[in-house]
Design a protein around this ligand. Structure first.
Ligand code: GLC
Ligand code: MG
Length: 251
């Protein structure tokens, strides 16, 4: 066994089955102690509501935190300000006020709470019914105004507007390079739309948990590869299943 880089989404991926989570935490913590495996959380949550979940579920301290859908990287869990080199990469051509003003044209877009509005992330609630019309229109109006942004729709309800150079997958590449892990030594886990980038940016070993949302499931079926695994089990149980499948755990 050797060290690997373990990256996981939180809601409905790492968290969701308390019993399996307990076992996974123990396995990961042992692996980190024995081999130097690194643990990274890649969440859509802002750092503040991530800490609520961490406390509630007594999650392990990660070696780094990717928050706000990959727009913020905290090199250590307790760190107050995100990695400035990463923020700098995202700032080019980003005009938050113009995005907010543009989105205001669509009454179906309902702003998420203030805690989830971040320097490089503008987030709304949007129903699935409204999304088919609103998403393409919003996209073209943003382009018309010279805004080269990324729209990520997850869980049939959340819309995130991000800088072109930001998503969970790109943030993982940043950490891989920093720590010197290659794709065969990196495993990424997720369940929904904002996790697709985890699986699509590079060729990391990918675990899609059994309870994955339709948007990720469809993407997986259209992009089959032997380095991606669709688990049967849900949440942390699916992660354990996938870690065995790829040989990261062998007992
Ligand atoms: C988390 C965030 C929210 C985001 C969603 C999907 O729930 O709190 O702001 O829209 O993830 O990425
Ligand atoms: Mg999730």
């Amino acid at each position: 066994m050797t060290a690997f880089l373990f990256v996981t989404d939180l809601d409905n991926t790492l968290v969701g089955d308390d019993h399996a989570l307990k076992e996974l935490k123990q396995r990961l913590s042992e692996h980190r102690q024995e081999y130097g495996t690194k643990i990274v959380y890649a969440t859509g949550r802002s750092r503040s509501i991530y800490h609520d979940l961490k406390r509630e579920k007594q999650l392990l301290n990660p070696d780094a935190l990717i928050a706000a859908v990959g727009t913020e990287i905290y090199d250590e869990d307790g760190q107050e300000t995100p990695d400035p080199a990463w923020s700098e990469k995202l700032s080019h051509g980003w005009d938050r006020d113009l995005i907010v003003a543009t989105a205001a044209h669509y009454s179906d877009l309902v702003a998420q709470p203030d805690s989830e509005q971040r320097p490089f992330k503008v987030s709304y609630y949007l129903t699935e019914d409204a999304s088919t019309e609103v998403l393409p229109r919003l996209k073209s109006l943003l382009v018309e105004r010279g805004l080269d942004v990324k729209l990520i729709y997850s869980g049939s309800k959340d819309l995130d507007v991000l800088p072109r150079n930001a998503d969970k997958g790109l943030a993982v590449q940043f950490l891989k390079q920093k720590w010197g892990f290659d794709s065969t030594q990196t495993v990424v886990c997720g369940d929904s739309g904002n996790d697709i980038a985890l699986f699509s940016v590079g060729e990391e070993r990918g675990i899609i948990v059994g309870n994955a949302r339709p948007e990720l499931r469809h993407w997986y079926e259209e992009n089959l590869a032997d380095y991606r695994y669709m688990a049967q089990a849900y949440c942390a149980g699916g992660i354990l299943e996938g870690l065995h499948h790829f040989g990261f755990l062998n007992t």
